[in-house]
Design a protein around this ligand. Sequence first.
Ligand code: NAD
Length: 302
Amino acid sequence: MYHVLVSDPISEEGLLPLINHDSVTCDQMPIEAAEQSLELYDALLIRSGTKVTDNLLKKMPNLKIIARAGVGVDNIDIEAATRRGVIVINAPDGNTISTAEHTIAMIASLVRNIPQATRSVKDGIWDRSRFTGMELNGKTLGIIGMGRIGTEISKRAKAFGIKVNVYDPYLTKERGEKLGVASVSFNDLLESSDIITVHTPLTKETKGLLGFDSIPRTKKGVWLINCARGGIIDEEALYHFIKTGHVAGAALDVFETEPPKKNKLLELDEVITTPHIGASTKEAQLNVAAQVADEVLDCLQG
Ligand code: NAD
């Protein structure tokens, strides 16, 4: 019998093949609640909530696989897992469309002040002149990171009449041409974009990619979007350049610390935000759960 621990909320419907499998016992509870029986488990299924540290792995000597229902694996100490012979997998495709759609929704909401206007109307204020927005048609969107999500955003942006420039050092010329996007240098993207959205992983190279050095090289009045990982846009720099008026506004689904605590960005009207819900749709949750359930079964059964 294989013991599986699901320590973050993951779609039960998607996990059914695992839950109903004859040779699997599946416990669904937070890691703290499973503290007494950690040594039992063969597989650990998580989202972004569970922090898989070397210390946790030490308490799970039987563990063979960690499955992240979603993309980002920055909450897992991959080096420690590898050293202990534990396989780490994720479900990279399942939430691509949801996150791309959320990013488009954030862009549209940001440039038309929709959250601020909603609040104003609900407060009994009917002020039509305060919320003059910007049309997307004819504008240039700079996409940093042309992977799964960046690609889906580029397709949707084109339907708005937006010109798409892309910076991704790993994008081949052929793939760029096939996708119908202009592959440009980082500097050209900064200088040419009315809106910049980041869709890279958070790495040493991408941490603070938009920061004190690079934001001044953008157009005055640029809009910045981060629905990828907190820290790719440096929060201190973002605050500074919104205050100086260089950045018109920002839409953030993610933060350097989540949930954000005493974060000055939350005091700014120019910042709209959601609580890391880019992938939070029924469809995406079902997709990623089904994908990891399949992969965990394959792995356990050899
Ligand atoms: P992906 O791996 O398909 O694409 C990432 C792209 O970034 C790749 O094309 C890669 O070449 C590029 N890249 C890497 N380093 C770069 C650099 N220094 N400069 C420019 N480009 C660089 O990933 P994805 O599935 O498209 O996910 C993108 C991001 O979105 C990840 O950070 C992921 O964690 C995040 N994400 C967030 C949510 C959410 O809920 N907000 C949901 C899913 C994914």
